[in-house]
Each structure stands twice: as structure tokens, then as C-alpha cells.
Design a protein around this ligand. Structure first.
Ligand SMILES: [Zn+2]
Length: 391
């Protein structure tokens, strides 16, 4: 109550153009854009109410103020994009020929499905080298065991024993090294341990479940590590919506907030989403920032490139009264709203408001819980009220 009285006094000072400057008026309530309210007494004097005929009453809608105002939403428009966190570009690990190409653009693939096979001399060479390293290791192990036996029977020198031990550890690291090469090529484990299955073909598998969205390769084509990606797989089960949000609204948005996405393509459907990233820069031209929403995309109906609208549910400040923005009008530099004072009678009330997103204004002073505020038909009342004094 005390705070409110102070704010009234300030309103008076500002309105009367006393020593206070415009900036001082603003400074009275940091962080909110307030407009000086009409003085309370003057507001009550102005309560020469407007009487509406029954037919006119039908054009007016009234909202009773309560602590539980409808949730405020922040709307923004944007574009559907691929979820780059769930995209995979297929690059050839070695030079080779594409064979058994099994997928086309639009095909849905599971994780580890074989997309094509890469036939490569390099792979054949790497397998051969790995097999040879195993043979060398076998030999080195036998030599070491034999030397150890001889040494135990004083038939070999310590020097000879150490040398055979060195040879054995060298052979071991060679096996590991050539095995690593095979792993880089996508051949895990020991694919060619059995020499009869010696093969020079690498199965190229999809690293993720998704849809083939690009394919630049054809069957039989020779490719190398310098090639651009042969294929792109994208998981469309969730997509990004990149929306532009005004600088002034950024303070009300945080990562994780729930939102809804709608599109012109599916006007009756709402896709659930949440804020996943807020850009760190503001566009100097548009005064907006990119806010990324992660939207669930069942049936892959949200298509990259599509225009989309986002509605973000903003947390309500506790026990804050809000009115629809259209309930408040400015006249003579002050803000007013109409309140229902009788069955068919309405009076204007000076109000002090603060921005509260886009749809509603927060009441700083001038209105209370239970007040019946005109949310539709303000223009009609103003026309009828035109002759009446405003102070
Ligand atoms: Zn091996």
C-alpha cells in the first residue's frame, strides 16, 4: 500500500511537470516501462460514467480481474530446420568403389543399416598387413619361448633372451597398430582373422536412425577421402524451429521453457517444443535474436524450410494483475481503462501499467482484484465518453 501511494505521488509530480524530469520519472521503477498514471482523485472525479443501451452492451466484453489471469504468451515466427545435432554425413574413410548402393533420398534407415559397400585396395592391403603382423607375432612368441627354455638350461645368453623379448613386444605393437588401421576403416574386431574370408570391402553403415536427405553418389563410382559427403542422414523425429524474438522480450525467455509450434500447413495441429538455445547476438537491423526451439515431429510432418509460429508460455509473476493490452488506451499522455460500475454503466479509471510480453499488460496501480475491466468495446465507450471531461 505504501509503495503504491509513493508511486501515485510520483505520477502526480511527473504529470504536473514539476522538478522531476522524464528520465527521473522512468527511474522510479527500474526495469519496467511505466507510464505515469492519472492521479487517483482526478480519476475518481472523471468517473462520470457512460451509460450503454442494451444493444450497445452486446458490443462490450468485460473481464473480471483475478490473481489468476490467463497465462501470457510470447509469439514469434520462424523457420523449420534440420536438427543438426541429429544429422550425419557419410564420408568415405578410404579410396574405393561404391558397390551395392541400397538407399535413395527419402528412405528411412535404422542405425547400423548398411548403406553401401566400399570396395578398396587400401582395405585389402590393410587386412593383409594385419594378417602378416599376427604371423610375425606368432613367430616372435615361439622364438621367445624357445630362448627362455634355452636360457633356463644355460644354453642361451641373457642378451639373446632380452633380444627375443624385444622382438616379441615389437610384434605385439605391430598387431595393435594394424588393428587400429582396420578400426579406422570401419572394420571392427578381427574381420580377417580367418584368411579364407579375406575381403577388401567395407560395409558403410548408418551411424544413426533417420531419413536419407541427400545422396550425391551412384553405384560403381570411385570415391576418396577428399570427396564431399556421399550421403546425409537426418533424424527427423525432432526438428529445430529458429524464431526471431525481439530484444526487449529476451529477458523473459530461458532454455527449457515449454512452447508450441503451429504451421500454416497444419493449422489444426500443435507441436510441442521447448527452447533449446538463445543466440548470443542481436541482429542490429531487426533488433531480434534467434531463439531455437526443439520441436517434436511425429510422422515427420514438420519439414525443413517450412514457416512456423511459436507460442511460448511465460511464467506469471506471482500475484500480478494483468489486463489484455487492448483494454488500456492512452489519452493526453496518460493511460486509462474502462471499468463496469453498474449493469449498463462504465467509468474510466487511470491506470499505471508495465510491459508483460505481447498480449497483456501488468497492472502496477489503478485496478484491483474483482474490478470488471472492459476488454472489448473500448473504442465505443470512448466515443460515447468524448464529451465528458477527462479530469
Ligand atoms: Zn588381429
Amino acid at each position: 500500500m505504501i509503495k503504491r501511494a509513493a508511486s501515485w505521488a510520483f505520477g502526480l509530480a511527473c504529470a504536473a511537470g514539476l522538478a522531476a524530469t522524464a528520465s527521473a520519472c522512468k527511474a522510479a521503477t527500474p526495469g519496467t516501462e511505466t507510464v505515469a498514471a492519472a492521479p487517483a482523485e482526478a480519476g475518481q472525479k472523471a468517473a462520470s460514467s457512460v451509460h450503454l443501451a442494451a444493444s450497445q452492451l452486446a458490443q462490450v466484453r468485460v473481464e473480471e480481474l483475478s490473481e489468476h489471469s490467463p497465462p501470457d504468451t510470447l509469439k514469434a515466427t520462424g523457420t523449420v530446420e534440420f536438427n543438426a545435432d541429429r544429422m550425419s554425413r557419410i564420408l568415405p574413410p578410404v579410396a574405393g568403389q561404391v558397390q551395392q548402393l541400397a538407399v535413395n533420398v527419402g528412405d528411412v534407415v535404422r542405425k547400423d543399416d548398411i548403406l553401401f559397400v566400399l570396395s578398396s585396395r587400401e582395405v585389402a592391403a590393410a587386412i593383409a598387413e594385419h594378417l602378416a603382423s599376427h604371423k610375425d607375432l606368432d613367430l616372435a612368441e615361439k622364438t621367445f619361448a624357445m630362448t627362455q627354455d634355452l636360457f633356463d638350461h644355460q644354453a642361451a645368453s641373457r642378451m639373446a633372451l632380452q633380444q627375443s623379448e624385444n622382438e616379441r613386444s615389437k610384434a605385439r605393437s605391430k598387431v595393435l597398430q594394424t588393428e587400429e588401421v582396420l578400426q579406422v576403416l570401419g572394420l571392427d574386431g578381427h574381420p580377417a582373422e580367418d584368411a579364407t574370408r579375406l575381403q577388401s570391402r567395407i560395409p558403410m553403415r548408418s551411424p544413426i536412425a533417420g531419413t536419407v536427405i541427400e545422396r550425391s553418389v551412384t553405384n560403381g563410382q570411385f570415391v576418396g577421402p577428399d570427396n564431399p559427403p556421399l550421403m546425409t542422414i537426418a533424424d527427423l523425429s525432432a526438428v529445430w524451429v529458429q524464431a526471431d524474438v525481439f530484444e526487449r522480450d529476451l529477458s523473459r525467455i530461458s532454455v527449457g521453457q515449454k512452447a508450441e509450434v503451429t504451421t500454416a500447413a497444419y493449422p489444426n495441429d500443435r507441436f510441442t517444443a521447448q527452447v533449446s538455445r538463445i543466440a548470443t547476438v542481436v541482429d542490429g537491423q531487426t533488433r531480434t535474436s534467434k531463439v531455437r526451439f526443439l520441436a517434436a515431429n511425429p510422422d515427420a510432418r514438420l519439414k525443413p524450410g517450412m514457416f512456423a509460429s511459436t507460442s511460448l508460455y511465460l511464467p506469471q509473476p506471482s500475484s500480478a494483475l494483468t489486463v489484455p493490452a487492448k483494454a488500456v488506451f492512452v489519452e493526453g499522455g496518460r493511460r486509462f481503462a474502462y471499468v463496469q460500475v453498474g449493469a449498463q454503466d462504465f467509468a474510466r479509471r487511470g491506470v499505471e501499467t508495465a510491459a508483460s510480453g505481447t498480449d497483456r499488460l501488468r497492472i502496477v496501480s489503478g485496478l484491483n482484484v474483482g474490478d470488471r475491466v472492459v476488454s472489448d468495446g473500448v473504442l465505443l465507450l470512448r466515443q460515447l465518453d468524448a464529451g465528458a471531461p477527462t479530469q
